[in-house]
Design a protein around this ligand. Structure first.
Ligand SMILES: CC(C)(COP(=O)(O)OP(=O)(O)OC[C@H]1O[C@@H](n2cnc3c(N)ncnc32)[C@H](O)[C@@H]1OP(=O)(O)O)[C@@H](O)C(=O)NCCC(=O)NCCS
Length: 410
């Protein structure tokens, strides 16, 4: 099927917290072999949000950066969607705080999407539909993924935590990635693999089952998108996946290759295993560096991998086709194909978050544990001073007074 007009991602930016934990250090503190976290899960560091850094502050920092670096006038934004599973209120959307703090026009549709790690992809495709329907009338959408992944101290999920936001401007003149609506495939099934009851700050997960659910959803969404094609991977320059931890992308890529070959790939079969690892090293591994440094940012993690690809190889891969797979527990998923913009090389440097990542502060394990405990109480704390947590120069949550959350630049 032919797509009528181009639509896709026109601007991208990442923002995250000021502190991180080294996973080898965490492993030692938990009496675990560090190789389990670094090799078994593929993670090296995880970003940790303190009490003054929440889903709103990260969303606004990422959104402002995307608008600034890509010179998008806030008045051009006609839809704002924040995808998150770690919102700050049962009723009021993170998006409406972000709308004010980003200085967007009142003539703007604004809402929050929640479906575990799938919220931002839901927002992206909804905003593409908004543009394709003609309702946008030349305006652009701002879709922001913002989350704090938290499983609790000492849990199996602990090494797969992280925090951060990715903002994307969606338009009919996408400078970075055109997404083909006719290539979008979807999947939904009710499963209890990961959830967060209203009474809990931390997610609950049936971790190994969630991996199975992810892979089933990949099969289903890919089948809906491209049918049983056995020649897709050789035509792609990159395969991007939802990345709760880096090793998951390997498992996902294995599933995709198995679908193309029509059989299971076993480690004991040297030739097929070599084909898998070669394909993974070529199409996936290079674009997982930021995920390994930042950790799981839930709904933004697929798009963090896209930033990683564009910052490293935008120019080299300009005009090439890639695949994207988003999975949200519970569960919902989308698989789609996109084409990298031909002028993307011009934006390669500005979307690279390396400099801000290099200025993060390494937290000792006791410092990390104290921050997590303080963050648990932050919603009910009246006054928080960012300087007490070594923070300055950004937008911060400064406490809840008279049942109202307060945000200040400091
Ligand atoms: C991912 C998760 C299930 C892992 O839990 P776990 O039971 O503690 O870890 P495992 O025993 O499965 O070990 C993880 C990996 O490290 C490997 N490993 C274990 N010890 C190791 C060591 N000393 N050296 C190298 N690798 C090691 C395991 O073989 C496994 O790799 P594999 O899956 O390729 O076989 C857990 O972190 C979790 O629940 N995370 C949250 C949910 C999630 O992220 N789900 C993903 C889909 S959305």
């Amino acid at each position: 099927m032919k797509d009528s007009a181009p639509v896709g991602i026109d601007a991208l930016a990442f923002a995250g917290p000021a502190g991180f934990v080294d996973l080898a250090e965490l492993a030692r503190a938990r009496d675990t072999d560090p190789a389990k976290f670094t090799k078994g899960l593929g993670q090296h560091r995880m970003a940790i949000a303190g009490p003054c850094e929440d889903t709103v502050t990260m969303a606004v920092e990422a959104g402002a950066e995307a608008l600034r670096t890509f010179a998008v006038d806030p008045d051009e934004i006609g839809t704002l969607i924040v995808g998150t599973e770690t919102g700050v209120d049962h009723s009021k959307p993170v998006a409406v705080y972000a709308h004010e703090l980003l200085g967007l026009s009142e003539r703007c549709r604004t809402f929050e999407t929640k479906h575990a790690c799938y919220g931002a992809m839901a927002g992206l495709t909804a905003s593409m539909d908004w543009i394709a329907s003609g309702r946008a009338r030349g305006r652009k959408a701002l879709v922001i993924a913002s989350d704090i992944a938290s499983y609790g101290l000492g849990t199996p999920g602990e090494p797969t935590q992280g925090a951060g936001a990715v903002a994307m401007v969606v338009s009919d003149q996408p400078r970075l990635l055109e997404i083909r609506p006719s290539s979008i495939g979807d999947y939904t099934r009710q499963v209890m693999d990961f959830w967060r009851p209203l009474y809990s700050k931390h997610a609950l997960a049936d971790g190994h089952y969630s991996i199975e659910c992810y892979l089933d959803a990949l099969s289903g969404a890919r089948m809906d998108a491209v049918g049983d094609r056995g020649d897709l991977l050789q035509q792609l320059s990159a395969c991007l996946y939802h990345v709760p931890f880096v090793k998951m992308a390997f498992k996902a890529h294995q599933r995709e290759l198995e679908m193309e070959l029509g059989r299971t790939i076993r480690r004991s079969e040297a030739q097929e295993w070599a084909q898998l690892t070669e394909s993974y090293e070529h199409l996936c591994a290079p674009w997982l560096k930021l995920n390994a440094e930042i950790g799981n940012i839930y709904t933004g993690s697929l798009f963090l991998s896209l930033i990683d690809l564009l910052r490293q190889a935008g120019k080299q891969l300009a005009g090439r086709d890639i695949s994207l797979f988003s999975y949200g527990s519970g569960c919902g998923a989308t698989y789609c194909l996109g084409q990298i913009g031909t002028e993307v090389g011009a934006w390669q440097t500005v979307i690279d978050p390396s400099e801000s990542l290099a200025s993060r502060r390494r937290l000792s394990i006791p410092e990390y544990e104290a921050l997590v405990r303080a963050a648990e109480k932050a919603d009910r704390t009246e006054r928080l001073n960012p300087a007490d947590f070594g923070l300055s120069g950004g937008l911060y949550y400064t406490g809840t007074r008279n049942d109202r959350r307060h945000y200040e630049r400091g």
